[in-house]
Design a protein around this ligand. Structure first.
Ligand code: URA
Ligand code: SF4
Length: 243
């Protein structure tokens, strides 16, 4: 993921560049770019698909109806929006809320990759199918929602998109249950052995991060024993479900 030297040294720097970005045609129709919002030291990062109309108008992610639902589901975890970071695969609204084109996703991906590297969350919660597929291309949202999946040093928790849950009460309940697995996902992520990096940050201190002593030492999973000493090896590890 990071063969090149990082272009940005902070999440704010990324946001500043996104605001004036013209790397794809979505820049021609957007009102405001939506870089992302929240804590840059969080253990939990949410990734949606792309801004909708309200987000495009306000320059903030998940501020419309789907955002209101997300806020109430976060409160049940319990988490506050300020405790987590929320962003999207593409930072500008696709006209008429169409799916982003592959070239638009590709143009925007360096921003998302850099956000993940700099924030370095323990858990990535993908909102919706498209976002899940960026991290877990073999995934199927109807099977894989709510699973805690090792993606190499951190875990992925794919959930249904809140907009889908607004349309379908059954999905609403499923989304609610899946979101309640976030604390467990954070605990599981702490059981993954991560290679120590020179100059690495201290442990995340944000909400839901419990000390490792609090985590029951469940049976060592076979993958952790194979963890090599460098990040590359960890990143290349086969994706697997912890549960
Ligand atoms: N839907 C998304 O995927 N992202 C937003 O920011 C808002 C709605
Ligand atoms: Fe730039 Fe991404 Fe917006 Fe395209 S969607 S203009 S790549 S910020």
């Amino acid at each position: 993921m990071s063969e090149q030297k990082p272009r940005w040294s902070s999440v704010d720097q990324i946001a500043a560049e996104v605001l004036s970005c013209t790397r794809c045609v979505l820049s021609e129709t957007r009102t405001r770019a939506v870089p992302g919002d929240g804590s840059s030291t969080t253990a939990v990062m949410f990734i949606g698909e792309g801004p909708g109309q309200n987000e495009d108008e306000q320059g903030l992610p998940f501020v419309g109806r789907a955002g209101k639902l997300l806020n109430s589901l976060l409160a049940e975890v319990p988490l506050q929006r300020e405790d987590v970071y929320i962003t999207n695969v593409v930072k500008c609204r696709p006209p008429g809320n169409r799916d982003p084109e592959p070239d638009e996703v590709a143009a925007c991906l360096p921003y998302l990759q850099a956000q993940i590297e700099l924030i370095d969350p323990r858990v990535i919660v993908t909102l919706g199918r498209h976002s899940m597929l960026r991290f877990y291309p073999q995934g199927k949202i109807s099977n894989d929602h709510g699973r805690i999946i090792d993606i190499g040093g951190r875990v992925l928790l794919p959930v249904y998109h809140p907009a889908a849950a607004l349309r379908n009460p059954r999905l609403n309940q499923t989304l609610r249950e899946d979101m309640r697995r976030i604390p467990e996902a954070v605990r599981k992520s702490l059981l993954l052995r991560r290679p120590a990096e020179p100059g690495s940050k201290p442990e995340h201190r944000s909400a839901l991060t419990e000390s490792e002593e609090d985590v029951q030492p469940v049976a060592e999973s076979s993958d952790t024993s194979a963890t090599g000493s460098d990040t590359e090896a960890a990143d290349q590890r086969d994706q697997m479900s912890l549960f």
